[in-house]
Design a protein around this ligand. Structure first.
Ligand code: CO
Length: 292
């Protein structure tokens, strides 16, 4: 008899604990929305200041939303790790956010076009959505140039940022990164938009087309004698400092200099201009609106 009772108690206990477990599992996680900002990363102090400025702007726009950063360049992450600064990749940042119970994450990167790097990041970020007990929804915002409208806005912003002392018969040559990815076509499209507004603005790329030789031909045909060299990259890093304006014979400054075109470099990345940052933040707002 005693044995029977104790078996019953045990059975009841088991059922109770099972149902407790079941309801624990079935309980939906409370909604927790967050933002993940993604940059290539930089060790250039000016660019770090630009990212701090972006953070301030995002916080002003989303005062109650937790904000995290991720850096896609492992070279830069390792370099900064040696200085004792621990920076997360997109994957680590999202894993941490998953652990912290985030259910909705808006990801906004500071890429210029949707090229290889952007799509790699997109693919990995999306892989974190829909994991068992993980983040329910992850939406990735467009890069700077995602639509025709973005190109028009970026064109106006770039023109507004040209140094005031530049005269109309002097050229502005923007340096984009360029890529073998099909999204490279955005650079030629952007060149078209720029030229619609000001035929002496040009845009070439380091690793795609239009090349600097294409641009050189256009400039010499027009008899241009002076050009402002401006990076069309989020950060004025290595490419701007070496490939654009270095003393090496392959730099854009040297290539154009050989044609008798004197060059004035402007070492400022796109992320340092508020009117460009506004386009990225607009994309983040569009993405975040899907969570409401
Ligand atoms: Co590069």
């Amino acid at each position: 008899m005693f044995k029977k009772i104790s078996m019953c108690v045990l059975a009841v206990c088991l059922i109770l604990s099972f149902s407790a477990m079941a309801s624990d599992h079935a309980k939906k996680k409370p909604v927790k929305k967050g933002i993940l900002l993604v940059s290539f990363g930089t060790s250039v102090p000016e660019a770090q200041a630009a990212f701090a400025n972006i953070e301030k702007k995002v916080k002003a726009e989303f005062p109650d939303v937790p904000l995290r950063w991720a850096y896609t360049s492992h070279v830069i992450r390792h370099k900064l790790a040696k200085e004792g600064k621990q920076l997360d990749s997109v994957e680590i940042a999202l894993a941490k956010m998953m652990d912290e119970g985030f259910t909705h994450v808006a990801v906004q990167s500071f890429h210029i076009i949707g090229g290889e790097e952007f799509h790699g990041m997109y693919q990995n970020a999306k892989a974190f959505a829909g994991m068992s007990e993980g983040i329910e929804k992850i939406i990735v915002g467009y890069p700077l140039l995602g639509t025709e409208d973005d190109m028009k806005k970026a064109t106006d912003a770039v023109i507004a940022n040209i140094p005031k002392e530049r005269k109309k018969d002097e050229a502005v040559v923007l340096m984009g990164h360029g890529t073998p990815h099909p999204a490279n076509a955005f650079y030629a499209a952007m060149l078209y938009h720029l030229q619609q507004k000001d035929p002496n603005i040009f845009l070439g790329t380091v690793e795609g087309s239009p090349t600097i030789d294409d641009i050189k031909t256009m400039l010499t045909k027009k008899g241009i004698k002076k050009a402002y060299l401006i990076p069309f990259m989020s950060v004025a890093g290595d490419h701007a400092r070496n490939d654009m304006t270095g003393d090496d014979k392959d730099s854009w400054k040297s290539i154009l200099g050989k044609e008798g075109i004197s060059c004035v470099p402007v070492l400022k990345g796109l992320a340092e201009y508020d009117n460009i940052v506004a386009i990225w933040i607009e994309h983040l707002k569009q993405v975040y609106a899907h969570f409401k």
